[in-house]
Design a protein around this ligand. Structure first.
Ligand SMILES: [Zn+2]
Length: 81
């Protein structure tokens, strides 16, 4: 009985993970591959739509990484969290 329950929960969480999200960047509708703190993305000057999390597609995540590279302090904070 207990095992059965566990399996059910696993299946449910997998469904949530698979759920597709689109990129939070304005005028971009590609599939998001990364989820980041919204304020961190805004710091780079990218225009995002959202509340707490920003979901970025592959292309915009690359752009985000490129921009954060310039500021080592932001990069360090990222690893500190
Ligand atoms: Zn995008």
């Amino acid at each position: 009985m207990l095992n059965e329950r566990k399996i059910r929960i696993d299946t449910r969480s997998r469904t949530i993970m698979v759920k597709k999200r689109t990129c939070s960047i304005k005028a971009c509708n590609r599939e998001a591959v990364r989820s980041l703190a919204l304020d961190r993305v805004e710091q780079t000057g990218l225009k995002v739509d959202g509340e707490k999390r920003a979901h970025l597609c592959k292309q915009h995540y690359k752009e985000f990484k490129k921009r954060t590279k310039k500021d080592r302090k932001i990069e360090r904070l990222k690893w500190g969290i």
